[in-house]
Design a binder for this molecule. Structure first.
Ligand SMILES: Cc1ncc(COP(=O)(O)O)c(C=O)c1O
Length: 450
């Protein structure tokens, strides 16, 4: 008989020094480990389980699809659930983002967006356009392509020699504004960096600009000034540069609108998504593409030179359709907006800790930035491991939070991100608040003095 210890001897977990709690089951906003410990999952997996755990109708839809047709290869066949889910996403997506290509997750979706953008220029007779511009303090995935456009310095560090040469510009990060706290004209100033980067690279060489509409895990819910995105759209149009928006975290209601970019009325050329589409019940990602880009392929008669074996897997399609049924029926997108004040109130008690520098909230997504000195915003040292301490103390207090670092200078600067399921109730928000306060109270005395 195989014992639990033998299992653990073979699983290649990320951190070999850490003992990982072994999760066994989940329901609603709660997850339970094999030792019977219950945790309030304040990050919904990792911004994934938006409709909550334990949704039998999703599981039933997946089982029925697996019985009927578990797999079809996408360079030979289409399937009905893929056609239906594509139509459903096209109807939710802004403007004429009417064409949807499926992948198995967010990194794959971003890879596809990059490759599609490049190939569209080739089809248009502009093969010199091969440069991507992106931003610091952002995350687009773990593959070498997506890491190249990513802007989390610590995550890139060990792989630098393998990465593509990608110019990075500043994110519009008001808390640590490089203009010294004067917020007038900020959107314009940050957007102007894109124009400068395009001119530096040579306008005829730039394929696309990629960014998250509201920066998620590596920024902790960083929203730009309201004039930023319309200006970015204008600059891209001026230079024939495609705009890729990464909504892998923010898509499907997280910020209170179907997609976060909706708030600014901007239509990107390509929109990458993942996580919340299938609510964690099956691996799924997608890219939505505007009509003119689809037309470029039709006119040239070219195929998209790409395939992922599991892209568009029928069981994942069934999960996506069933999750989106719940999202619609239970009004979860509107709920993320209407619950925002209660979410804010649940986090307000954290201001009692002088090492909380900023609490940023958009819908049911929050970032809590932790500083050594609230006044000067001086960060803790990375060796203090403050965000990781909070994650571990959270687990001891029955709550799951997500740590991040590098906010101040790439290495220093801690944040905690929260993405509760969009189904969270007022009562559960009260519990989230109590458990967070207990977690912060436990970590406070272990921090270096100011
Ligand atoms: C904004 C963003 N883009 C892309 C990804 C990559 O998605 P995945 O981990 O599903 O490959 C993530 C993952 O956290 C993300 O936060």
């Amino acid at each position: 008989m195989t014992t639990a210890v033998e299992h653990r001897d073979h699983l290649f977990t990320l951190d070999p020094r850490r003992t990982y709690p072994v999760l066994a089951s989940a329901n609603g906003v709660w997850v339970t480990d094999v030792a019977g410990n219950r945790y309030l999952d304040a990050i919904a997996g990792i911004a994934v389980v938006n409709a909550g755990y334990g949704r039998d109708e999703v599981v039933d839809a997946m089982a029925a699809q697996a019985r009927r047709l578990p797999f079809a290869v996408s360079n030979i066949f289409a399937t009905e659930p893929a056609e239906r889910l594509a139509a459903r996403i096209a109807a939710m997506a802004p403007g004429d983002l009417g064409w949807v290509h499926f992948t198995s997750g967010g990194s794959e979706a971003v890879e596809v967006a990059l490759k599609l953008a490049r190939q569209v220029h080739v089809e248009h007779g502009e093969p010199d356009r091969s440069v991507f511009i992106s931003r610091w303090t952002s995350y687009h995935g773990a593959t070498l392509g997506t890491l190249s456009v990513g802007g989390a310095r610590m995550r890139r560090r060990k792989y630098e020699p393998l990465l593509l040469d990608v110019p990075h510009i500043s994110p519009p990060y008001c808390y640590r504004c490089t203009a010294g706290g004067d917020h007038g004209g900020c959107g314009e100033r940050y957007a102007a960096e894109l124009e400068r980067a395009i001119l530096d690279a040579g306008p005829g060489r730039v394929a696309a600009f990629i960014a998250e509409p509201v920066i998620a895990s590596v920024g902790g819910a960083i929203s730009p000034p309201d004039d930023y995105w319309p200006l970015i759209r204008e600059i891209c149009d001026r230079y024939g540069v495609l705009l890729i928006v990464d909504e892998v975290v923010t898509g499907f209601g997280r910020t209170g609108t179907p997609f976060a970019i909706d708030r600014w009325g901007v239509v990107p050329d390509l929109l990458a998504m993942g996580k919340g589409i299938s609510g964690g019940y099956a691996p799924l990602g997608a890219v939505a593409v505007r009509d003119p880009l689809r037309e470029a392929f039709r006119r040239s008669g070219s195929s998209f030179e790409h395939i992922f074996t599991f892209g568009g897997n029928p069981v994942s399609m069934a999960a996506g359709l069933a999750v989106l049924d719940i999202v619609d029926r239970e009004g979860l997108i509107g709920r993320a907006a209407t619950m925002e004040p209660a979410f804010r109130a649940a986090l307000d008690p954290l201001w009692a800790y002088p090492w909380v520098g900023d609490i940023r909230i958009r819908g049911l997504m929050a970032g809590i930035e932790l500083v050594r000195d609230r006044e000067t915003k001086e960060p803790f040292e990375s060796t203090d491991g403050v965000a990781v301490k909070l994650r571990e103390a959270g687990l001891r207090n029955g709550i799951v939070v997500y740590p991040g670092t590098g906010m101040a200078d790439g290495a220093r600067g801690d944040i905690i991100s929260l993405y509760p399921p969009l189904t969270i109730t007022d009562e559960e928000l009260g519990e989230l608040s109590r458990r967070l306060v207990a977690t912060f109270a436990a970590v406070g005395p272990t921090l270096p003095a100011r």
